[in-house]
Design a protein around this ligand. Structure first.
Ligand code: FAD
Ligand code: NAP
Length: 559
């Protein structure tokens, strides 16, 4: 009999979790408290309890080729960056194409998830649900938590002494929908995350004055990169990650910092962050609105009077409204505290997915990570691993190993991104997906690929790290992956190339590419020699030899 899996939430994490369960022969039941699928991407005019709320003008900050599911490219005619309504349309297309809707129970809230008494032997969970006021419970062999992490606003009023004196209105960004009611007003937006940037820019067109109050500053990058291509397709590439990981951290950090500064000098615009490699904010208009004076960047708020705020630099401004875009807290009201402990958004999960102290690995969390990249393919990969662990075809290491892994990765991430509740879940996207894909053996084998299919290998290693790369090999291999990779640039320019000019077809291999490829193969050859020498001397035991890592199916004796 197939194992029954409860999935909490039918946003983009829950939907892909259903699909992965089905692919692994598990029996999914997805509970969604609202009346539709899509989670955060389902815009409503009013805020719904228990579901994330977005403002009317949200556009994605990741491009369509980078943020789609790995075996379901977005339609050619979709814009490169999507309005929230288009993301919802895509989510519906996905659910319909893979026939996922019949596994979802809408308007069904999960109230509690408790370990069954014989959990140590069965790993089963008792799930209590509520549907239109009726309560009932059912036993499941495993649970995947996909309840989203941008629902509970973090409003740290204790950090703003004297706020009770302020007679104007203040809200959290969760409750911001449109700018209309702020016409002609003076507004302070607190924070410099993506919400703060978007809201400040939108308000700056109609408000009398917008102040952007930041305590640590932020890097701001444009959606657009060289040649008008999306920035994530330009920056998220395996070879750059490979080079970054070979460099001393301080040098890699310096280079990344220089890249962040390339667009404009952040210090001149008051935005330079205190942490060197803080997660960047994607905003094309913020610098120009600052230059136009419609947005004025200020330090933290020190205190409030009835009608004004006093900033830490001693300046005071009369203010009508305050919007706290201070982020969110992850919460799991249906789980006991001893199953998942959260402190300032920090969690102790193996590779951001599995609690490490359970007797049986039958609980997984999706999306509780902030990669410097898209969420959808990340949660899809997490789900692919989780369902294999539930099925028993993938395994978790002993607790000791998981503890030391978590400590090591936290330390590494703190060094890159800084310490704090905004930074605590941040990771490098390609490093993270590489790490997880190794767990289920779907990591593309670069040398093998260069030898057997150089055209594809070129795109995989030097091109954008699009999700289709996770479908080239291993379980879940998708026959359309190769073509999806080779046509990703066509889909990228298709919606914007609306005035066609005659062009000469470009050969995929030119002198420059050939030179880079030869240098790379030579570098790999040198690495392999050094690695073999080290093995011979007994230095390398961790995770197998160089060659067995590159050619997992060929033993060293056959080389
Ligand atoms: P959600 O979409 O929040 O879905 C969770 C679902 O669980 C909801 O439908 C909710 O109703 C349901 N639920 C909650 N509790 C229960 C319960 N007890 N019982 C039953 N159902 C429950 N990421 C990107 O990659 N690119 C972007 O451009 C991007 N833009 C973003 C813009 C904004 C404004 C925000 C806030 C986030 C953005 N993100 C972006 C990140 C975003 O969180 C993910 O893209 C994605 O939506 C997360 O999906 P999810 O399914 O994990 O959570
Ligand atoms: P966020 O990224 O967590 O940012 C919170 C901001 O609030 C940070 O700038 C933080 O400052 C500040 N802050 C927190 N506590 C503070 C305090 N006590 N005093 C002063 N400032 C404080 O939250 P968000 O911007 O709402 O974004 C949530 C998620 O949604 C992110 O993943 C984001 O990428 C996504 N999002 C995407 C889009 C888009 O695609 N267009 C739009 C909005 C949001 P520090 O940095 O100094 O800690």
């Amino acid at each position: 009999m197939s194992k029954r899996v409860a999935i909490i939430g039918a946003g983009c994490s829950g939907l892909t979790a259903i699909k992965c369960c089905l692919e692994d022969g598990l029996e999914p039941t997805c509970f969604e408290r609202s009346n539709d699928i899509g989670g955060l991407w389902k815009f409503t005019e009013t805020v719904e309890e228990g579901r994330a709320s977005i403002y009317k003008s949200v556009f994605t900050n990741t491009s369509k080729e980078m943020m789609c599911y790995s075996d379901f490219p977005m339609p050619q005619d979709f814009p490169v960056y999507l309005h929230h309504s288009k993301v919802l349309e895509y989510i519906h297309l996905y659910a319909e194409y893979f026939d996922l809707l019949k596994y979802i129970q809408l308007q069904t809230k999960v109230c509690s998830v408790k370990q069954c008494q014989d959990f140590a032997t069965t790993g089963q969970w008792d799930v209590l649900i509520e549907n239109h006021g009726n309560m009932c419970s059912a036993i499941f062999d495993a649970v995947i938590v996909c309840n989203g992490h941008y629902t509970d606003p973090y409003l740290p009023l204790h950090c703003f002494p004297g706020i009770e004196n302020f007679k104007g209105r203040y809200i959290h960004s969760r409750f911001y929908k449109t700018c209309e009611e702020y016409r002609g007003k003076t507004v302070v937006v607190v924070g410099t995350g993506n919400s703060a940037g978007d809201i400040a820019v939108e308000l700056s067109h109609i408000a009398k004055q917008v102040y952007l109050s930041t305590r640590h500053g932020s890097w701001v990058v444009s959606r657009i990169s060289y040649g008008g291509f999306p920035i994530d397709m330009t920056l998220s590439r395996r070879y750059t990650m490979w080079i970054k990981n070979m460099m001393p951290k301080s040098l890699a950090a310096k280079i990344s910092e220089m890249a962040m500064k390339k667009w404009f000098d952040h210090a001149n615009l008051g935005l330079e962050p205190k942490f060197r490699l803080k997660h960047p904010v994607v905003n094309d208009y913020l610098p120009s609105q600052i230059l136009q004076g419609s947005i004025m960047v200020k330090p933290s708020i020190k205190s409030f009077s009835k009608t004004s705020v006093i900033f830490e630099d001693g300046t005071e401004s009369e203010v009508d409204e305050i919007i706290f875009a201070t982020g969110y807290s992850s919460t799991f009201p249906f789980l006991d505290d001893d199953i998942i402990k959260l402190k300032d958004n920090d969690v102790c999960l193996y590779k951001y997915i599995f609690p490490i102290y359970l007797e049986k690995p039958t609980l997984a969390f999706l999306g509780l990570v902030q990669p410097l990249g898209p969420i959808m393919p990340t949660v899809e990969l997490q789900a692919r691993w989780a369902t294999k662990v539930f099925k028993g075809t993938a395994y978790l290491p002993p607790v000791r190993k998981m503890e030391s892994y978590i400590a090591k990765s936290k330390d590494g991430n703190n060094k890159w991104f800084g310490v704090g509740r905004t930074q605590v879940l941040q990771t490098h996207y390609i490093d993270y997906i590489t790490d997880v894909s190794k767990e289920i053996g779907i990591q593309p084998n670069m040398i093998y690929l260069f030898l057997t299919d150089p055209k594809l290998a070129w795109q995989v290693f030097f091109g954008p790290c699009t999700p289709y790369q996770l479908r080239l090999t291993g379980t879940g291999k998708w026959s359309g992956a190769r073509n999806a990779i080779l046509t990703q640039w066509e889909r990228t320019v298709k919606p914007t190339k609306t005035r066609i000019l005659h062009e000469q077809p470009q050969p995929w291999l030119n002198c420059k590419k050939l030179l880079v490829m030869c240098s790379l193969l030579t570098a790999l050859w040198f690495c392999s020699r050094a690695s073999l020498k080290a093995e011979h001397n007994g230095y390398l035991s961790f995770r197998g030899s160089f060659w067995t890592r590159i050619f997992p199916t060929i033993s060293i004796s056959s080389m």
